[in-house]
Design a binder for this molecule. Sequence first.
Ligand code: NDP
Length: 240
Amino acid sequence: MSRIALVTGGSRGIGAAISKALQAAGFTVAANYAGNDDAARAFTEETGIKTFKWSVAEYDACAQGVAQVEAELGPIDVLVNNAGITRDAPFHKMTPQQWKEVIDTNLSGVFNMTHPVWPGMRERKYGRIINISSINGQKGQFGQVNYSAAKAGDLGFTKALAQEGARANITVNAICPGYIATEMVMAVPEKVRESIISQIPVGRLGEPDEIARAVVFLASDEAGFITGSTISANGGQFFA
Ligand code: NDP
């Protein structure tokens, strides 16, 4: 029987690469998404991976979504908290709404999704939680006080929950991608992108698949001694 993996924001960008890589590694994968039905439909047509629509920012929707995935596919062994958004603005212009949306999705979303899968993992004495944080949660980023705070919060969450899960054979780890060539990054003006690339020692953006491979490793049965860790995947841009 293959293990079951749920990837939030799993039908586009880095999440789509993670879903596909887990599928290729033999997992049965469920991909959650928020609203882009066209992308989700195209993704399912391409991969055969089932998609499930709800917002990770809403606690009750997450509990219902997890119940639906488990009813259709079976108990979740691997949760990849990948869904994330940006609402950038310099702090003096940042609105409470911009702050709230990013915290609700990028930080509370991790709580909302992990909470409903946790009791089952504890009972079965097996689980893998992988949180996609960011280099900007490690070092902070101008114009991203909300995003940096949320992503730094994900790292604290990871280290604390790792201690609670250890005896139940549940690992909790984080990956901090640097700049990866997805819609989120390709949407920034070309000049800004060039200046970003000039600060990356390897001289290029990362590929979604380079994050996906790290996820597959952490999701494997063999990675049981690795917990509470943060893997930086940023082309040498920042050493945490
Ligand atoms: P994309 O914008 O390409 O994709 C984001 C995905 O998250 C989409 O599938 C989207 O769903 C989903 N999503 C957004 N909000 C919600 C929500 N409330 N509930 C459920 N799903 C949601 O992002 P990336 O692939 O670039 O980023 C993926 C993760 O990696 C994020 O956490 C991001 O912060 C992090 N990251 C990205 C970096 C980069 O360079 N790209 C660098 C460092 C970290 P839908 O398709 O319906 O819109």
